[in-house]
Design a protein around this ligand. Structure first.
Ligand SMILES: [Fe+2]
Ligand SMILES: [Fe+2]
Length: 274
């Protein structure tokens, strides 16, 4: 079982921030804002999926899983709460969350299905988040000039995503989930997640009047496709998910542990599970 500590982030999220809070970079700000808009609905879905998976286990196995599931739920519930606060500022800036209603409609289609489907979808999304988290933690310069409290928010979230990246995957395996469905859901999640991220980022840029600026496109090219770009660096680890012997643990968690050790003053531990 994995140890998952729940932490309360000690940053000010009441004071508003500028629309281009990420170092004055319109693309990065719009991109992170888009992702944040997906978190309240997405992370609630992950919580429900993992709880549903736990309930589907035989009682003796539930006991073994309970503490890890509680840790997972505690971390994701905290992320939802913090990002909902962040998103309220985005609304006040005039941004519109079109991702959430689309996601809600899609998620309604899953009601009544075997709980392993929701778990496979969660495991695929958690692989995505773990890749993204790893990229952010290895390129903290992405936040050069960004609001320090928001830099902390994103790196804290990244560190915890790395910590709990195995929970949904392992629970799927414990319930006898097969490889074919695991991969099928990864293919679907990839299409949906990339298109939703792109659509919301473009929408954010349209609303802030930054879409047709050269600097916006230059930043997108550099941060997504450049030498150290997100898509370039994440492609190989994304592909590894399709190997029959893949396990999320093969992705090293050292950057996450280092960040948490060096930034302990930024949060307070409120609970944990071993
Ligand atoms: Fe999260
Ligand atoms: Fe997560």
């Amino acid at each position: 079982m994995t140890t998952l500590t729940v932490r309360r982030l000690l940053i000010d999220l009441k004071t508003p921030f500028a629309p281009d809070w990420c170092g004055g970079d319109a693309f990065l700000s719009a991109f992170f804002n888009a992702l944040s808009m997906s978190f309240p609905v997405g992370e609630q879905f992950f919580i429900d999926a993992v709880r549903g998976g736990l309930a589907a286990l035989p009682p003796e196995a539930q006991e073994r899983w309970l503490t890890e599931v509680q840790g997972f739920v505690g971390q994701e519930a905290t992320h939802r709460h913090i990002h909902a606060q962040f998103n309220r500022h985005l609304e006040e800036q005039g941004l519109v969350n079109a991702w959430e209603p689309r996601a809600r409609k899609r998620l309604a289609l899953l009601e009544g299905l075997d709980p392993r489907h929701a778990l496979a979808i969660t495991a695929a999304n958690e692989h995505f988040t773990a890749l993204f988290a790893d990229w952010l933690l290895s390129h903290p310069e992405t936040f050069d000039g960004a609001e320090p409290r928001l830099r902390t928010l994103w790196l804290w979230h990244s560190a915890e995503e790395t910590e709990h990246k195995c929970t949904a995957f392992d629970l799927y395996q414990a319930l006898g989930g097969n490889d074919a469905w695991r991969k099928t859901w990864m293919r679907r999640v990839t299409l949906v997640f990339l298109s939703d991220t792109l659509r919301q980022t473009v929408y954010n840029l349209r609303l802030t009047g930054q879409l047709w600026k050269w600097a916006t496109w230059r930043s997108a090219g550099q941060h997504l496709l450049g030498r150290h770009g997100l898509l370039r660096e994440s492609y190989a680890p994304w592909r590894r998910y399709f190997r029959p012997d893949f396990h999320p643990n093969e992705q090293d968690g050292q950057l996450s542990r280092d960040w948490l050790a060096h930034n302990a003053a930024q949060f307070r531990e409120v609970g944990g599970a071993a």
